[in-house]
Design a protein around this ligand. Sequence first.
Ligand SMILES: Nc1ncnc2c1ncn2[C@@H]1O[C@H](COP(=O)(O)OP(=O)(O)OP(=O)(O)O)[C@@H](O)[C@H]1O
Ligand SMILES: [Mg+2]
Length: 375
Amino acid sequence: MSEAALLTDAPPAQRILELLPDPVLLVRAGAAGGPEIAYGNQAARTLFRIELTGAPLGAALRQPQVLEAIEEALATEAAVEVAFESIGVQPRFWRAFVRPLGEGEGDGRDLVLMLRDETDARRTERMRADFLANASHELRTPLASLAGFVETLRTHARDDKDARERFLGIMAEQAGRMARLIDDLLSLSRIELNEHIAPEGTVDLAKATQDVADAIRPLTADRGVAVVLETGPGPFSVTGDRDQLVQVIQNLVENAVKYSAVGTTVRVKLFAAESLEAARAPSREGAVALSLLSPDAASSQSYVTLRVADAGRGIARQHLPRLSERFYRVEGQRSGGTGLGLAIVKHIINRHRGGILVESAEGQGSTFSIYLPAV
Ligand SMILES: Nc1ncnc2c1ncn2[C@@H]1O[C@H](COP(=O)(O)OP(=O)(O)OP(=O)(O)O)[C@@H](O)[C@H]1O
Ligand SMILES: [Mg+2]
C-alpha cells in the first residue's frame, strides 16, 4: 500500500497507527537474513529513512541493545523494554518496547517495536538535579560561615568584646544573604508556576520605572552612581503584572548600578510603539549584542522598549549567553548577589511575551533592553 493510501484507504486502526507521533514498527522474524521490517508508521519511516516494507531490521537500526531485546522477545515470547542512546550530532535518549504478537503471515513470527523519545524528559531531570545541587551549594556557604562563627564565639572569642561585635556583624550579613537567596528561590518558583498564564493588568512602564529609580536612590547615593531617566513621548502602557515588571526593572537598574564605577551614570530610556525589528535592534555601537529571549513574532504589532545602559566594566562575550542561567555570575565580580536576578527577569518577560537583548563592550559598559507588547 502506498503512503497516501495508508492514510485514506487503510482500516481506521492502521490510519491511527500511521499518525502516531512515536515510531512503531512491525518486525517479522523467521526470514533467513534476520528480522525484517514488515511495516513502519510515518514516524518510523522518517526516523530510519526506510521504505514501507521489506528492509532488514539490522540495516535500519544499529543499536545492539535493541537487536538483542528483539532476539530475547522472540526466544521467550515475553515483552522486553530497553533504553538506548542514538549517536548523532545531538545524541538522543530512547526507550524501546518490544511486544511479541505471536504467529505472523507464513511461518514467521511477528513483534511490535515501539520507540519513545525520552530526550526532553532526561534533560528536564538533569536540570532539576543541577538546580538542586547549585541551590544547596549556595545555601551551604553562608551556613558554614555561620556555624564557624558560632563555634568561635563559644570558644576563643568568648571574652573578647570587640571580636564578638565584629563576628555578630558578619553573622547578621550571612543570615541576610541566606534569607535573600530563599526569597529569590521562592520568587522564581512562583513565577514559573504561573508562567503559562498571561498577565491581565495594564502597567505604565514610565511610572513603574520612576518608582524604581526613586526607591533605588539610597543605593545609588552609596555607590556614587547617578541614575538618569529619559522618557520621550509615550504612551508606555503594556499589558502586565505590575509587581513583576517592577521586579524586572529593579533587577536591571540595580545590576547597572552595582557593576558600574563610581562617578558614572546609568541611563534608563523608554521608547513607545516600536516595531519588533526596532525593539530588538542593537543600540550600542562597538558592542556585542545577543538576544537572551525572543517573543513569538505574532505576539504583538507594537512594543514598548526599556533600555538600561551603564558605563561599567562590561561583560566579556563568552559570558553573555549564560547570564540568565540560575546562579550564573561572572567570576571576579564580587557583588554579593545570588545570581538569580536575570533568571527571574527572563521568566517574567517570557510570561509577558516580551524579549530581552543584552549588549556589552568590555571596559565600556553594558545595555540591557527589554521590550513588551504595547496595550
Ligand atoms: N550591568 C552589568 N554589568 C556587568 N555585569 C553584569 C551586569 N548585569 C549583570 N552582570 C553579570 O551577570 C551576573 C548575573 O546577574 P544577576 O542579576 O542574575 O545576578 P546578581 O546580580 O549576581 O545577583 P542578584 O541579582 O540575584 O542579586 C552578575 O553576577 C554579573 O556578573
Ligand atoms: Mg542582579
